[in-house]
Ligand binder design. Structure first.
Ligand SMILES: [Zn+2]
Length: 395
């Protein structure tokens, strides 16, 4: 379809799920959204397992084609961007926007979604499951019900393509640049370290996805490196011979709720359908995949350059790298942010989503690492700038 992504971009506000405005939500919202699909026979809904605390883990399958695509999200309970995008995608399919040129693809493609593989983690908004086990380190032993559900679905659904959807921390930038990695990709490694055909195929698919999405987030897509994690799900699933693509949603300037990455996930899912149905994924190359810049970890939420730090009648000049840590709170978005200093020193080769210069103004308190703190910078005893709850407030 010509200009597929432009059309999707234009229609996105109509399908963006309004009940998921924030990254933090409860599992009952997910269940109620799945319920609304039940009276449309286009969607086949199944309970595939229960979590440790008995929460249903459901799959939603659409299409009748031979090309089988499996998408799971939120294996880590606090990584919700792709879950929100999946419901945007399902809204599109549940609307009059699903015209013949889109729905024809579902004669070729069968797509199975598991939104929220780790509902107990979602309920607590934590990475791990209710037993504090990281499901993404249980893929070799397969002891947790969440990971067992995923692997039995692999056996029954037999996907041609797997999309393993996560979120990464804000600190990831596109290597060698100040740009945040709003999306990152990886074709995970296999246990024997030899690149098998499905790993190469996943690289080719990623190359095509990257090319398509660069139009919307230019230079904001990175790539993870190929270390093999013996207990991680992507690596194990790739080793079993399923083409596996890891997608990590990341930060963007002035986008606390990751709406940019969310929309990119929505577009990526459609692009994957187009590429598999047309076979055009095979026009991607592993070489171009390897040219996607590697991720680096050089971003702070707030970077204040050239701060004066006074001690024993001497002044040392340093940059201060600050993270905005989220403290749970009874607010619609579910948290407030506080300043936490991650680094003090020469941060010339680091970047900030927000960057300011203190012009040598002197800080009023002792700075400690990894502590929640606000502070004031003074110039000749006049307040030059205040840092309050992770943001600069000018004095
Ligand atoms: Zn994750």
């Amino acid at each position: 379809m010509k200009d597929l992504l432009k059309r999707l971009d234009a229609h996105y506000p109509e399908v963006r799920e309004p009940k998921l405005p924030f990254r933090r939500f409860k599992h009952e919202t997910v269940l109620s959204l799945i319920d609304t699909l039940k009276n449309n026979e286009f969607f086949k809904i199944e309970e595939i397992a229960r979590s440790i605390e008995g929460r249903p883990i459901q799959s939603i399958t659409i299409g009748s084609g031979n090309i089988r695509i499996l998408v799971w999200t939120q294996m880590h309970g606090n990584e919700s961007t792709a879950t929100r995008a999946v419901f945007d995608f399902l809204n599109f399919c549940n609307s009059e926007l699903l015209t013949a040129d889109y729905s024809e693809w579902f004669n070729q493609v069968c797509m199975c979604f598991v939104p929220v593989l780790n509902p107990d983690g979602l309920e607590r908004y934590q990475r791990r499951n209710a037993l504090n086990i990281d499901p993404n380190r249980d893929a070799a032993r397969r002891s947790t019900p969440e990971i067992r559900a995923l692997f039995s679905l692999l056996e029954s659904f037999k996907p041609d393509w797997c999309f393993n959807m996560h979120d990464q921390r804000n600190l990831f930038n596109v290597g060698g640049t100040k740009e945040p990695a709003t999306l990152s990709f990886l074709s995970p490694s296999t246990a024997d370290g030899k690149r098998n055909q499905n790993q190469s195929d996943a690289m080719m698919m990623i190359d095509k996805l990257n090319q398509a999405l660069q139009d919307f987030i230019p230079n904001k897509i990175g790539r993870f490196t190929h270390e093999f994690y013996p207990t991680a799900s992507g690596d194990n699933i790739q080793s079993l011979g399923y083409r596996t693509i890891l997608v990590e949603s990341g930060g963007h300037v002035k986008d606390v709720e990751r709406e940019v990455a969310r929309k990119m996930n929505f577009m990526l899912l459609w692009k994957a359908i187009e590429l598999t149905a047309s076979g055009n994924w095979s026009k991607g190359t592993a070489l171009r995949y390897s040219e996607i810049p590697k991720n680096d970890q050089k971003l702070f939420d707030l970077l204040i350059r050239n701060v004066g730090i006074e001690r024993n009648n001497q002044v040392v000049f340093a940059d201060i790298g600050i993270d905005r840590v989220e403290i749970p709170a009874s607010l619609p978005e579910g948290f407030v942010v506080k300043s936490s200093i991650r680094e003090i020193g020469d941060l010339s080769h680091y970047y900030g989503y927000d960057e300011v210069s203190a012009d040598g103004a002197v800080v009023n308190v002792e700075l400690n690492l990894n502590e929640v703190a606000d502070f004031t910078l003074k110039n000749n005893n006049e307040t030059f700038m205040k840092v309050v709850n992770g943001f600069v407030v000018h004095g």
